[in-house]
Design a protein around this ligand. Structure first.
Ligand code: GTB
Length: 215
């Protein structure tokens, strides 16, 4: 059965692969699973029809027959569990790869989202100028720890896994800030992710969707 995911039409990132449908597209491409995309507007995600799929009125969602999922991490895990290549066969290695997925979205992503909020949503507030450097230092703490763990390895725990997919997906958001470049091994890690054929296909697909829906 071909799954359908949702993504924003006219995405605010202008197709730069920063919206969270990118992780799901990438996982589907790694898995060699064909998929369809339903583009939705910012208004439509708050309507009852979409909220039936996603209680918080967001993208991405994932529909496969009578299964409907939301949360990019849960969707990527679902895909990874059903296709070869994104999770190791060995039970312990598999558990560690899933641990890295959680680390990406639960430990590394939160301060990155704080920076987005501080810069773009609260950039006009009087406290913003003082808050941004604090949040950047919080991100540096996490990046330093991640950089130490990665060392000179290609991926976080052996072969490329869904853990790397989620971590690279999270770190991509930092490219424009320059913070990633302070940690050359992390910048190279993200570049390795971006160089994967599946990433390139997913990126091209979401860029095309933006170009076709932009006005
Ligand atoms: N925890 C959820 C998940 O991982 O799936 C979070 C989903 C989420 O935040 N979705 C965003 C959304 O639907 C889109 S991706 N927002 C609408 C709303 O909450 O009302 C976030 C996003 C949007 C735009 C950019 N950008 O333009 O750069 C980057 C990321």
């Amino acid at each position: 059965m071909i799954p359908t995911i949702t993504a924003f039409e006219n995405s605010p990132d202008r197709g730069k692969g920063l919206a969270r449908d990118m992780r799901v597209r990438w996982a589907l491409e790694e898995a060699g699973q064909a998929y369809e995309v339903r583009l939705v507007s910012f208004g439509a995600v708050k309507e009852p029809a979409h909220r039936a799929l996603h209680p918080f009125g967001q993208i991405p969602t994932y529909e496969e027959g009578d299964l409907a999922l939301f949360e990019s991490g849960a969707i990527v895990l679902h895909i990874a569990e059903r296709h070869a290549g994104l999770l190791p066969e060995d039970a312990h290695a598999r558990a560690r790869a899933i641990t890295w997925m959680f680390a990406a979205i639960n430990t590394v992503e939160p301060p990155i989202l704080e920076l987005v909020t501080a810069k773009f949503l609260e950039g006009d507030k009087p406290w913003s100028e003082q808050r941004v450097p604090l949040v950047k230092d919080r991100i540096r703490t996490r990046l330093g720890e991640l950089s130490d763990r990665l060392g000179d390895a290609d991926w976080l725990d052996g072969a490329f896994s869904a853990g790397d997919l989620m971590m690279v997906g999270v770190l991509l958001r930092l490219k424009a800030s320059g913070l990633l470049d302070e940690y050359p091994n992390l910048a190279a890690y993200v570049a390795r992710g971006e160089a994967r054929a599946a990433f390139k296909r997913a990126f091209a697909a979401q860029l095309l969707a933006f170009e076709e829906s932009a006005f």
